[in-house]
Design a protein around this ligand. Structure first.
Ligand code: SDX
Length: 393
């Protein structure tokens, strides 16, 4: 503490805002969206319903969700000129870099979003366009990575089915999307939909606090989520599990490496800033793993390694003392892979799920007329110095 500034690197003990959207209890492992438990929502709701709940504050009536779905289906196409951006990316460029650029470019094609004083109707349409087009863009990024032709949205499908149809559908034949896959995708997207003031949400809020438009704010959030310590962990977990499998599956060796301060290796998918107990989402996903892989008839060896890793880590005093438990990213990649997604698409799927939460938090920040975010610092640099001519330096 010096003068009027309290240093709190990483904002570990700083409340940045007041919010009515998501409640976390890290000690008890509780997560609620607008007062509804994540367990109930994951079991009984759909992703589009949860998106409506987060953004507008209540679960929709039948006519409200029908209208929401109808409006979204009117805006699933992206401007054809956006395809030039897709063609410009190197074929193996990371999907998160593409997604961040493409979402920011929406502000060029739909410049009405640039007006910080939109009417409610105009802002609702700006939200609808983003929710609708992000699913199309995510599926097109995947198709481009395969060198396959993109699949256009079909308005007869609901939001999640449409996304899966654009992702796994083919130009040459009709592809039936398995109900198991639709239900699994709904559940995963619901579990990722919001998480109070995490790194990427705080980024979305602070960018929006400068009166910057929604699309550019979400683009900044996508960049923050990309980091392997945040949303990028779901990709890093699978890469870690593959490495352990290829190394003969010696889980104890890797748990010991994670404990070694001189070793930079960390157990990806373990630990959390808030949860000092089980991440409730990890519990739900772990159970869903068994259900979905069994229903799809898939036996993925890394699932066994993940369970053994969890068992060994949670019986080790290092992890127990530091309250390091599996988080949302530990098992999610195993399901994404079972659904047919490649590893580098996992974090983009996290972003698709988190989109309604980012929108809801940005909307709340604006409605509450929060001031521009501008933290202070404690200066530890040089004191007064006079310039010396370069020949004398
Ligand atoms: C997400 O914030 C959110 O809500 C995020 C998220 C969301 O929905 O938005 O939940 C999504 O990002 C989940 C987290 C995904 N990241 C990972 O799985 C990466 C591995 N985890 C860690 O890097 C870490 O646990 C963080 C980043 C998640 C949390 O970091 P903190 O709170 O800053 O904790 P820390 O790094 O200071 O660790 C505390 C101690 C340290 O030891 P000491 O320095 O105190 O001796 O625990 C150790 C760390 O070394 N530690 C680990 C570890 N995580 C923390 N040691 C080994 N393996 C790990 N995974």
């Amino acid at each position: 503490q010096t003068g009027f500034v309290t240093l709190d690197s990483g904002f570990k003990n700083t409340g940045a805002t007041k919010s009515a959207i998501t409640f976390l209890d890290g000690e008890k492992g509780i997560l609620k969206y607008r007062g509804y438990s994540i367990e109930q929502l994951a079991e009984k709701s759909t992703f589009l319903e949860v998106a409506y709940l987060l953004i507008y504050g209540n679960l929709p009536t039948q006519s409200q969700i029908d209208d929401f779905q109808h409006q979204i289906s009117r805006h699933t196409l992206v401007h054809e000129d956006m395809k030039k951006f897709f063609d410009g990316f190197p074929s193996k460029s990371h999907p998160m870099g593409q997604l961040s650029s493409l979402i920011c470019s929406l502000s060029s094609f739909y410049p009405e979003c640039l007006d910080p004083h939109q009417t409610k109707e105009e802002f609702d349409l700006t939200i609808i366009k983003l929710l609708a087009k992000m699913a199309t863009i995510v599926s097109w990024i995947y198709k481009k990575s395969l060198g396959h032709p993109v699949i256009y949205p079909k308005n007869k499908y609901d939001y999640v089915t449409n996304f899966l149809h654009m992702t796994f559908g083919q130009r040459t034949e009709d592809v039936e999307i398995d109900e198991v896959v639709v239900n699994a995708m709904n559940k995963l997207l619901i579990l990722h939909a919001d998480h109070e003031q995490n790194c990427s949400t705080s980024t979305v809020r602070i960018v929006g606090s400068s009166d910057c438009n929604l699309y550019a704010s979400i683009s900044a959030g996508i960049s923050a989520l990309w980091g392997p310590l945040h949303g990028g962990a779901n990709q890093a977990v699978i890469e870690m599990l593959e490495k352990i499998k290829n190394d003969g599956g010696d889980v104890d060796k890797w748990v010991n490496k994670a404990k070694d301060k001189n070793d930079s290796f960390r157990l990806m998918g373990f630990g959390h800033r808030v949860y000092k107990n089980f991440d409730p989402r990890a519990k739900i996903i772990k159970k869903a793993c068994d259900d979905i892989l069994t229903k799809l008839g898939i036996n993925d060896p890394v699932l066994g390694i993940a369970k053994k890793l969890e068992e060994v880590a949670l019986s080790d005093p290092y992890f127990v003392d530091k309250k390091l438990y599996p988080n949302v990213d530990f098992y999610s990649g195993i399901i994404y892979r079972a659904l047919g997604f490649p590893t580098e698409m996992f974090t983009v799927l996290f972003a698709l799920g988190r989109l309604p939460g980012w929108i809801a938090q940005w909307k709340e920040m604006r409605e509450n007329k929060e001031p521009i975010g501008r933290p202070r610092q404690i200066y530890v640099g040089e004191n007064d110095r006079d310039i010396v001519p370069i020949e004398k330096r």
